[in-house]
Design a protein around this ligand. Structure first.
Ligand code: B12
Length: 449
């Protein structure tokens, strides 16, 4: 099982620390469907050297957009040797006809139902060329994720976990509706099964990779209730409106939530309307920042540049807002029309897609014609936003936005640690000692109100 990577050989944007954060959870989830006497190896090209001198019966490759070309090359190489190659994941789902010539079987949508079906067919000698996930989608009663296949010491956050699939929202730029087309697009584990999976994880720190951890109120309440006595610290992602509504966020904080990825994306109501991100309309972003800060929860703010209403002032306005409101880390994106999304269709119909080189669909390149900015101005503004936000004076200013001294210190450690001490991270990665940094991460997360 292989998770290919767009590595430093091909991209100047390769950042060892970013790509050593999380293990390949999707493949470890699928590996759970193999039988105990199957011999399996899980290789993550982001953190280890991939050799192709083996010849297994079956090669399973996960394809997302920026690893697609590498995935296809690996698939071709293994097929030339006579190995059976299965390709699946987000990019294969968006463009199955592009992937099919490189595979014996392609998989459309999530694999929890199709992969076990394929394994039965494969063992019976009659695998099909195409499997499509449709009815009967569920993540209840899954076999435990094969975490024994994960080389934990190579990751900063080996305890990543997903307890839901999809999201209740329908934003035009998101991969979600295309990936889950033909069946349910938001569903959860059972609370007791999610808690059992958490219990199996060593250490204190968890990172929920769910698109929207607060998306199903009943499920989230049960999860947080169950986690209260577990002495865990965790990070997750949620929408602006879910932070403002009711008391779910307080319950999350009591259960150990210490940092939240929040999709602010844009300040423009026109942009929100045009991209169908209705849940952010007329919501008080400043109140989101205040509420989370008061609970001792750090914010990783997500912001998109280049939507149709964005003009040349969007970059400095966004950075200034984030600094003034004490956002700890910011993830800026150049708007990227992933194939399969409504955004892609709209721009393609308007003849505005300027590149179909998937290596550049990484939210750092301009691959379409923006409406009110030149492509060069968009790229330069995006680069400047990162430089300005992570300049020392702004890190200190943003930390000062919090009233609480502990939160200020934590903010400084996180913001500076993420962008300013990269050589130190690289050293740990080279020494294969990244896992040794996890206790430090836990120590900082535990110093809160
Ligand atoms: C964690 C994560 C990362 C991690 C690590 C990924 C990893 N180790 O798995 C890091 C930080 C490295 C990362 C980096 C990037 N990421 Co990322 N990431 C995610 C995130 C948040 C969670 C992935 C996950 O674990 N999902 C849960 C598991 C259970 O699902 P899964 O991995 O999709 O696997 C399931 C199916 O896809 C399917 N499946 C997958 N492979 C196969 C194969 C077969 C044969 C079968 C049957 C089924 C199958 O079955 C699995 C079980 O259902 C997703 C968002 C999301 N919710 O998926 C974005 C996401 C995948 N990332 C995305 C992007 C764009 C990137 C970057 C380009 C960002 C950047 N600017 O650098 C880089 C690219 C990295 C690279 N070098 O190629 C996009 C992909 C868009 C696309 N159309 O491909 C996503 C969807 C985010 C988004 N909303 O846009 N990412």
């Amino acid at each position: 099982m292989i998770l290919p990577a767009l590595t430093e050989a091909k991209s100047p944007f390769w950042r060892p620390i970013k790509y050593s954060l999380f293990p390949p959870l999707g493949l470890a989830t699928l590996a759970a469907f193999l039988s105990p006497d199957d011999e399996v190896e899980l290789v993550d090209d982001h953190v280890e050297r991939l050799t192709t001198d083996d010849a297994p019966d079956l090669v399973v490759i996960q394809v997302y957009i920026t690893n697609a070309y590498r995935a296809y090359a690996l698939a071709d190489e293994y097929r030339a040797k006579g190995c059976y190659v299965a390709l699946g994941g987000l990019h294969v789902t968006a463009l199955p006809d592009e992937a099919a010539p490189h595979a014996d079987s392609v998989f459309i949508g999530p694999g929890e139902q199709t992969f076990p079906q394929f394994l039965d067919d494969f063992r019976a000698g009659c695998p099909r060329p195409r499997y499509r996930s449709a009815t009967g989608r569920t993540i209840h009663g899954l076999p435990p994720v094969r975490r024994d296949l994960i080389k934990r010491e190579r990751y900063l956050v080996p305890n990543s976990i997903v307890v839901t699939r999809g999201c209740p929202q329908h934003c035009d730029f998101c991969y979600k509706d295309a990936f889950f087309a033909g069946g349910r697009s938001f569903y959860t584990q059972r609370v007791d099964e999610a808690l059992a999976e958490i219990d199996r994880l060593p250490g204190r720190h968890l990172y929920f990779l769910d698109d929207h951890l607060l998306g199903d109120r009943r499920f989230a309440e049960g999860l947080f209730e169950g986690m209260r006595g577990m002495n865990r610290l965790f990070q997750g992602a949620a929408t602006v409106d879910s932070v403002l509504r009711g008391d779910l966020i307080e319950r999350a904080a009591e259960a150990g939530l210490r940092s939240l990825f929040v999709g602010f994306e844009t300040f423009s109501p026109e942009n929100l309307r045009a991209s169908n991100k209705k849940q952010n309309l007329a919501k008080d972003y400043a109140e989101v920042a205040r509420r989370l800060s008061n609970l001792g929860i750090m914010i990783n703010g997500s912001f998109v540049f280049g939507m149709d209403e964005d003009g040349p002032d969007v970059f400095s306005r966004t950075v200034d807002w984030a600094v003034r409101h004490g956002i700890t880390t910011s993830t800026f994106h150049i708007q990227t029309p992933y194939p399969g999304t409504r955004l892609y269709q709209q721009l393609a119909v308007a003849g505005r897609i300027t590149s179909r080189d998937w290596d550049h669909y990484d939210t750092r390149h301009v691959v379409y014609r923006p409406a009110r900015l030149s492509p060069e101005a968009l790229k330069a503004g995006y680069d400047r936003a990162y430089r300005d936000f992570y300049g020392w004076s702004n890190i200190v200013r943003a930390a000062a936005a919090h009233d609480n001294t502990k939160h200020r210190a934590k903010h400084l450690f996180y913001a500076a640690g993420w962008k300013k001490f990269e050589p130190l991270w690289d050293l740990c990665i080279k020494a294969r000692q990244l896992g040794a940094m996890t206790p430090l991460l836990e120590a900082v997360l535990s110093r809160v109100t």
